[in-house]
Design a protein around this ligand. Structure first.
Ligand SMILES: Cc1cc2nc3c(=O)[nH]c(=O)nc-3n(C[C@H](O)[C@H](O)[C@H](O)COP(=O)(O)O)c2cc1C
Length: 198
């Protein structure tokens, strides 16, 4: 097949991400993350990708948020990257697994102080009566945990990995005659590659 891309979709993805980091104005690693309730009602939001390797595509968030609740009842997700500067898109679909406690702890421990405090202060996705209430909670936490303190990871601040079953690479062409290549994981764990009509 006349495929200009690598046979390894993870390698190909990281090549495009690295290119995007050089040309995007910010957040080249931002992706739309789609989840759904158990009866299939979808929702989507932007999240920062933290790592893409053979284990999958990792992000960190609050497991008590809307997306967290949906991932608990329906552990699958779809991701979409669009880099305007490159005119490229990548779509990823797969099952979700939570990262280990050790991995979540390590990621949290390496966050800057203010973000650690922020994760403790925010009941992500639940109603907040005023900005002031959040600011007061942050002040309290700053007193409880001065900068020199070891701040424990809030148990709800976790990491998820999307284990890809399907990855599609999309490249812009004139006249809407775009190139699309889809990689589907087969039963042997290898990738079957197919060109799609635009
Ligand atoms: C560029 C961008 C990156 C973001 N990265 C994260 C992230 O890494 N983790 C996170 O929990 N929320 C992140 N957010 C906020 C989410 O979009 C969302 O508001 C939040 O996670 C709550 O989503 P939910 O109510 O669907 O669970 C980011 C938002 C933007 C615009």
């Amino acid at each position: 097949m006349d495929n200009p891309l690598s046979n390894d979709p993870i390698k190909q993805f990281n090549e495009w991400l690295n290119l995007a980091k050089q040309s995007e104005i910010n957040d080249a690693d931002a992706m739309a993350v789609a989840t759904a309730t158990k009866d299939g009602k979808p929702s989507v939001r932007m999240i920062l990708l933290k790592q893409a390797d053979d284990r999958g595509f990792k992000f960190h968030t609050n497991c008590e948020s809307q997306k967290g609740m949906e991932l608990t009842e329906n552990p699958q997700a779809a991701l979409c990257f669009h880099w305007k500067s490159l005119r490229k898109q990548v779509r990823i679909e797969g099952d979700i697994e939570m990262v280990s406690i050790d991995e979540a702890d390590e990621y949290y421990a390496n966050r800057p102080y203010n973000r650690k405090i922020g994760a403790h202060a925010s009941a992500q996705s639940r109603p907040l009566e005023s900005r002031k209430k959040l600011e007061c909670r942050i002040k309290e936490l700053e007193q409880q945990y001065p900068e020199s303190a070891i701040i424990p990871r809030p148990p709800y601040w976790v990491g998820y990995r999307v284990k890809p079953k399907r990855i599609e690479f999309w490249m812009d062409n004139p006249d809407r005659l775009h190139d699309r290549f889809v990689y589907i994981k087969n039963d042997n764990g290898n990738w079957d590659i197919t060109r799609l009509y635009p």
